[in-house]
Design a binder for this molecule. Structure first.
Ligand SMILES: Nc1ncnc2c1ncn2[C@@H]1O[C@H](COP(=O)(O)OP(=O)(O)OP(=O)(O)O)[C@@H](O)[C@H]1O
Length: 239
C-alpha cells in the first residue's frame, strides 16, 4: 500500500531530516514510527499525503506515484492528522471544518451531513459544532482534527502524535476507534503504550534514518535497542 524508496529530505538551511529511507507497508497494516525529538518522524509522515514532495527517492501509495500531477488522487487516499491541530482547522465554525474535506471531494450533500454528524457525535463534539475551532480545548481540537480526517474515508490514515492532549478516557476511546478502522495506518507517537495497543509493527527513527523495524513486542520490549536510540521502555513495561 505504501512504498518508500531511498527518500531524502533537507530543509532550506541544509538540515538533513530524512536520510535515504526505504519502507514498505502492506494493505491493512498498522505501523508505529517512534524516535527521539528531532529524529525526522514528522518530516517523514508529512510526505505521505504530499504535504512535502520527495526531493530524492520516491513514494507510491496504492500504486500511485506521489508527484504534483497525482496530488488529487493521493489526497483522496491518505488522511493526515497533523501534529498540531491548528494546522488542520482553519474555518470559522467547527462543523464547516469537518464538512470541508468531503464537500471538496464532491461527496453528495446528504451524505456529507450524515457522516459529519455521525463523527461529531461519536467524538462528543456535536454540541460544539457551531463553535470556532480556536475556542475549543486542545483535546477537543485534537478530536475535531480526527473527525475532519475520518469523514473523508481515507484508505490510509497517517497520525502524528494522536494522543497528545487527550485525557485517559478519550485516549482509550481513540485506541478503540483506530483499532476498529480496518485501514492501513501509520502512527507517529512518543506514547509507546499507545503504539503497543494499536500497531503490529514498529520502526525506530534516529537522525533521519530507520534504525530498527520489526514486530511491536520485539522492538518495544527491547530495552537495549530503545536506549541505543535515545528511547525508554513503554511505561507499562517499566513497572
Ligand atoms: N523549518 C525547519 N527548518 C530547518 N530544520 C527544521 C525545520 N523543521 C524541522 N527541522 C529539523 O528537521 C529535523 C526533523 O524534525 P521533525 O519535526 O521531523 O522531527 P520529529 O522526529 O518529528 O521530532 P518531534 O518528536 O520533536 O516532533 C530536526 O532536526 C528539526 O530540527
Amino acid at each position: 500500500m505504501i512504498a518508500i524508496e531511498g527518500l531524502c529530505f533537507s530543509w532550506p538551511d541544509g538540515t538533513k531530516a530524512i536520510d535515504h529511507i526505504s519502507l514498505a507497508v502492506g494493505e491493512g497494516d498498522s505501523v508505529g514510527i517512534v524516535g527521539a525529538n528531532g529524529a525526522g518522524k514528522s518530516t517523514l509522515v508529512n510526505h505521505l499525503n504530499g504535504y512535502f514532495l520527495p526531493q530524492k527517492g520516491s513514494i507510491s501509495i496504492g500504486g500511485v506515484d506521489l508527484n504534483k500531477k497525482n496530488l488529487d488522487r493521493i489526497h483522496r487516499m491518505v488522511g493526515l492528522l497533523f501534529q498540531n491541530p491548528d494546522d488542520q482547522l482553519f474555518t470559522a465554525r467547527l462543523y464547516d471544518d469537518v464538512a470541508f474535506g468531503p464537500e471538496n471531494l464532491g461527496m453528495d450533500a446528504a451524505e456529507v451531513a450524515m457522516v459529519v454528524e455521525a463523527r461529531l457525535r461519536e467524538l462528543n463534539l456535536w454540541e460544539l459544532r457551531n463553535r470556532a475551532p480556536s475556542q475549543l480545548s486542545q483535546g477537543q481540537k485534537r478530536f475535531a482534527s480526527f473527525a475532519a480526517v475520518l469523514v473523508m474515508k481515507p484508505e490510509v490514515m497517517v497520525m502524528d502524535e494522536p494522543t497528545a492532549d487527550l485525557d485517559p478516557k478519550n485516549r482509550r476511546k481513540l485506541i478503540n476507534l483506530v483499532n476498529g478502522l480496518g485501514i492501513t495506518r501509520i502512527t507517529v507517537s512518543h506514547d509507546l503504550d499507545f503504539i503497543q495497543d494499536t500497531c503490529q509493527r514498529v520502526c525506530i527513527m534516529k537522525q533521519g534514518r530507520i534504525t530498527a523495524d520489526g514486530p511491536t513486542e520485539e522492538i518495544l520490549g527491547n530495552r537495549e535497542l530503545l536506549e541505543a536510540n535515545d528511547l525508554e521502555l513503554p511505561l507499562r513495561l517499566q513497572r
